[in-house]
Design a protein around this ligand. Structure first.
Ligand code: OGA
Ligand code: NI
Length: 346
């Protein structure tokens, strides 16, 4: 296949309409993207632009708070992935440095008497909300309203993905019922102009862990997708109101590698602050992921055995956080063993 441009921007509205030809065309375009690199952008969805703008304002308002206030809701306070994550906490690309992004993790509000909390299911528990932020109630309300709107859109996207596989749009209902998802508000500080490009990443080259990711970008670019045939990095230009949709490793696994979960990264060289809100849809933690229909030849055995959503996602998290922790430990040892005085950058 010849080199392709950035992921195409597709109008999703035929999914909701009566025009069956338009709908079939949408399904075909999405299928093509899934086979190629699993990336596309959608407009014409049902998440109101005003809600997107409101949640972006919340995101900026949060990161403007003083560090010690953000740290009051440190994500390390709990085991279910809610709260604030400091710069340089994660490291997805071996050989680079910890990443230049800070984040706030938000998910479904799961009270402590909920079976998911009691059974310590994947990413399940109460959110940690900032108390010192301006208008904390509006912050919570907007964040959760947005979460629910994107959750609904993720279900619709899975509906279309089912259609691309030649099965009914409701095929993934057992995956989406009782699903867990994680939304992250992200802030990428402007990278210093002279920063070592190899070591300084907003997010290092990685693939996403779960089933599907829906990303809202503000107007500052920085996201790049690897074009596998050419080895080039393609910029994903922000389109107002659009979602960048990409498949994650778990979906690729279920699709027997027929659909792709593609490598992407963020380098914020714009000289401006960048904000984005990815929504990672994992699925019902107990859903058993097996080879999907029409993803292998009749006689062929599936490449992968069954695995639950919870098992797959937990293993992937452990790996990437472990890497950042190990790197920091190694750096600490190195610095402590250097005898001669060196001038260290902060
Ligand atoms: C991610 C990711 C891209 C972005 O969080 O996995 O790829 O633009 N984010 O923030
Ligand atoms: Ni990603």
């Amino acid at each position: 296949m010849s080199a392709r441009a950035s992921p195409p921007v597709l109008d999703f509205s035929p999914f909701y309409g009566e025009d069956s030809a338009a709908k079939a065309k949408l399904v075909e375009s999405i299928k093509e993207c899934c086979l190629y690199n699993g990336f596309f952008q959608i407009i014409g969805h049902r998440v109101p632009i005003e809600l997107q703008q409101a949640v972006m304002r919340c995101t900026k308002r949060f990161f403007e708070m003083p560090l010690e206030q953000k740290l009051e809701i440190d994500k390390n306070n709990n085991t279910f992935n809610r709260g604030y994550e400091l710069l340089r906490s994660q490291m997805l690309e071996p050989g680079t440095g910890p990443e230049l992004k800070e984040g706030l993790y938000i998910g479904e509000e799961i009270p402590e008497d909920h079976p998911y909390f009691i059974q310590r299911k994947l990413n399940s528990g109460p959110n940690q909300w900032p108390q010192m932020i301006e208008d904390p109630e509006e912050f919570q309300r907007t964040s959760m309203e947005y979460y629910r709107a994107v959750f609904a859109l993720a279900k619709d996207v899975l509906g279309v993905l089912a259609l691309t596989l030649g099965v009914h749009a409701t095929y993934f209902d057992p995956l989406t019922d009782g699903a867990v998802a994680t939304m992250r508000f992200l802030h990428y500080p402007a990278q210093p102009k002279d920063a070592d490009e190899k070591l300084n990443r907003g997010i290092g080259a990685h693939t996403d862990f779960g089933c599907v990711t829906l990303l809202l970008q503000d107007e500052v670019d920085g996201l790049q997708v690897l074009d596998v045939p050419t080895g080039e990095w393609l910029d994903v230009q922000p389109v107002p109101g659009a979602y960048v949709v990409n498949l994650g490793n778990l979906f690729m696994r279920m699709a027997n590698d027929k659909y792709k979960s593609n490598t992407h990264r963020v380098i914020n060289k714009s000289g401006r602050e960048r904000y984005s809100i990815p929504f990672f849809f994992s699925g019902n933690p107990d859903y058993l992921c097996e080879c999907l229909p029409n993803c292998r030849k009749q006689q062929e055995a599936p490449k992968y055995g069954p695995i639950t959503v919870e098992q797959a996602v937990t293993a992937a998290y452990k790996e990437s956080y472990g890497r950042a922790e190990k790197y920091k430990q190694e750096m600490k040892v190195k610095l402590e063993t250097i005898a001669s005085p060196v001038v260290m950058a902060a």
